[in-house]
Design a protein around this ligand. Structure first.
Ligand SMILES: *Cc1c(COP(=O)(O)O)cnc(C)c1O
Length: 392
């Protein structure tokens, strides 16, 4: 299986193990019975570490393992663990690999709740954090101290979409004995291959494109073989496991990811290009647009773009901005993204910065291009800009 389009269809499925049933069924389990003491002892010893198999629901069931196996294959890492949300995955991707006295570097453009974890929980346990400018490039070397254990990155960045040179970042981090964790949610494992670029720990908010239907919360952490025991034991000690129904939905979502994502990419590009041409727009933040500062790196490293981007308007009345957004018929206003439906969300990146500033004189919003007909999406947005014009 060399093509991802083929892999998403087949990886992790074992119909022969389930009477020929195509999708691994939902196994709901806490207790898993053994018929003898010897079997119990064997399961406990061997199966706690190894998939497939389980001796207790907290280690997952075949439903969980199907999804994990498929994700490991797609991300290109050795093993994957599921978590009950994307944020739980982000948290464990850091917590599993640091201890008191350690220092971590986190991109200043990273997802805000991950930044909160650093400022709160990590600090409380004596792990210090320095946020770094996502555009720092090779300058990251100067921020690394003898205590730096982990560099946490997200590319493109949440809300602002800066693209980072991950190969360079990983090379520098490794030279100084630090591991690299990356939130790879925007690109999904189909459009960015973290382990080919030196990443050691890859995080997915599977809630987004992998579940793909806005109906479950889930996260994954994928690691190299060397880091697996540490990840597995920490997640176990913290009692982390996701429900089988959610894992089933994620595995089912995964089977159509390649075709869905192609359409999100296409719709997002057309929409971004159309929006960029409106006179009220200061700029569109989308790395696949040739005008974007991250375009060259995106082109070098990514296999595609998802449907998520941001728009910065020229200064306008709050009422005019709200009228654009409020009257949209096809775009819901709400958190999260990656489902089949289009979304918009007012954002203010300046609120989530520690060492860099984000200057925007006009209001900003984030767009998730869904799977609707793009002409309808553009027409709805066109009506929105007409409302804005009438009130500006
Ligand atoms: C949504 C998101 C998360 C968190 O995922 P949840 O499932 O909502 O907890 C983490 N990282 C990024 C980049 C996200 O967009």
């Amino acid at each position: 299986m060399t093509s991802d389009a083929t892999r998403v269809v087949h990886e992790g499925r074992r119909p022969a193990d389930f009477q020929g049933v195509v999708n691994t069924p939902v196994f709901r389990a806490s207790t898993v019975l053994s018929s003898t003491v010897a079997e119990w002892n064997h399961k406990k010893k061997v199966r706690a570490q190894e998939q497939p198999g389980t001796y207790y629901g907290r280690h997952g069931t075949p439903t969980t393992h199907t999804f994990q196996d498929a994700m490991a294959a797609l991300e290109g890492g050795a093993r994957t663990l599921v978590f009950p949300s994307g944020l739980a995955a982000c948290a464990c991707a850091i917590l599993a690999f640091v201890q008191t006295g350690d220092h971590v570097l986190i991109s200043d453009s990273a997802y805000d709740p991950t930044r909160r974890l650093a400022a709160g929980v990590l600090k409380r346990f004596g792990v210090t954090t320095t946020f770094y400018d996502p555009c720092v490039g090779a300058g990251i070397a100067e921020l690394i101290t003898p205590k730096t254990r982990l560099v946490y990155t997200e590319s493109p960045g949440s809300h602002t979409f800066e693209v980072q040179d991950i190969d360079q970042l990983a090379e520098i981090a490794h030279k100084h004995g630090a591991v690299v964790a990356m939130d790879n949610t925007w690109a999904t494992p189909l459009y960015f291959k973290p382990f080919e670029h030196g990443v050691d720990i890859s995080v997915q908010a599977a809630t987004k494109y992998i579940v793909g239907h806005s109906d479950a919360m889930l996260g994954t952490v994928t690691v190299t073989q060397a880091l697996w025991p540490q990840l597995k034991s920490t997640a176990y000690d913290l009692g982390q496991i996701a429900g089988p129904d959610d894992c089933y939905l994620a595995a089912r979502g995964l089977r159509t990811l390649a075709v869905r994502l192609r359409q999100h990419w296409e719709n997002g590009m057309q929409l971004a290009e159309w929006i960029a041409h409106q006179p009220e727009v200061e700029r569109v933040l989308h790395p696949a647009l040739p005008s974007d500062p991250g375009h060259a790196l995106w082109k070098r490293d990514f296999k595609g773009a998802s449907g998520l981007f941001a728009v910065q308007l020229k200064p306008t009345a709050a009422q005019a901005f709200e009228s654009l957004i409020d009257g949209l018929e096809l775009y819901g206003i709400g958190a999260s993204w990656g489902g089949f439906e289009s979304l918009v969300l007012p954002i203010n990146p300046a609120d989530h910065r520690a060492v860099t500033t984000w200057k925007s004189d006009g209001p900003m919003f984030r767009v998730h291009a869904g799977l609707e007909d793009v002409n309808d999406l553009i027409a709805d947005m066109h009506a929105g800009f007409q409302r804005l014009r009438a009130l500006a």
